[in-house]
Design a protein around this ligand. Sequence first.
Ligand code: C2E
Ligand code: MG
Ligand code: MG
Ligand code: MG
Length: 278
Amino acid sequence: EAKKLGRNQYAFYTQEMQLVANRRSEQKRELRNALLNNEFEIYFQPIMNSKTGKVTKAEALIRWRHPAMGMVSPAEFIPLAEDAGLIHEIGSWVFLECLNQSLKWREQFGPDFQISVNLSPAQFKNTLFFDRWFSLIESACSTDNCLCVEITEGVLLDASEKTAEQLLRFRDAGIEVAIDDFGTGYSSLAYIKRIDADYLKIDRAFIINLSLESTDYPLVEAIIMMAHKLGLKVIAEGVETEAQLRLLNSVGCDYIQGFWYSKPLPQVEFEKWMLERQ
Ligand code: C2E
Ligand code: MG
Ligand code: MG
Ligand code: MG
């Protein structure tokens, strides 16, 4: 009896898995056309400087407006794009859009304005695109610090030596480097020793339950102290409440990002938001 049930359950799971697999390959096919069809859009989330109270940065977060399914989250389609080898073209589109946008916003919001762009580990495997970016940046004016690239631990876990070299090229081109989602990986400490970064972004997992009584509080305080000793500035991700904001300010967190200030916004909404704040 148990054996029978086991076999049925197995059949059930494989059927379910088949459905998931079908959906994935269908989505991959659609992803191939999404760039051509202009279905991607970049949203921007403000990042606040704690000391000045000013917004001098924004993180670029890609969205896929699927004709039938509506907005698809990058958490869902970026892994597919990586799998299908499409991340290079999509990532390059994001990077170059952000380069243009940042130069425009520097005229509008001040010469320090910077946009942060997320890079996938897979993007470090085809550096031809990087070469194009660097030569475009070289040929444009006042691009210093106009962009920052956010990388996760996966980037260094994949290919250490070459990646560290590539990151140096970014910094030489006047692009800053941020370590994203810090604290959630397995070798965070070894990792920050191996690359020269400018920012450390504390993962939302440490912020979500942050209170004076929580164990996250001494952890966050220690991460910030350590980062400062290493010459890194700290950005807290996922700040949703005033209480979290106050605690982060009290332990010297340099930048705040999260729904407390604003969700990621389409370009025009972002510009409105910035003008209303001034
Ligand atoms: P991430 O780089 O860690 O981005 C932060 C994520 O947290 C974003 O999710 C943002 O919308 C969300 N977030 C920000 N503040 C809050 C908050 O206060 N509360 C909560 N609950 N969430 C908050 P999103 O936009 O869905 O992006 C998910 C991930 O997809 C990103 O995580 C990043 O790893 C990846 N991603 C997004 N855009 C790109 C891209 O252009 N290229 C690549 N390679 N990856 C991207
Ligand atoms: Mg990020
Ligand atoms: Mg993050
Ligand atoms: Mg994340």
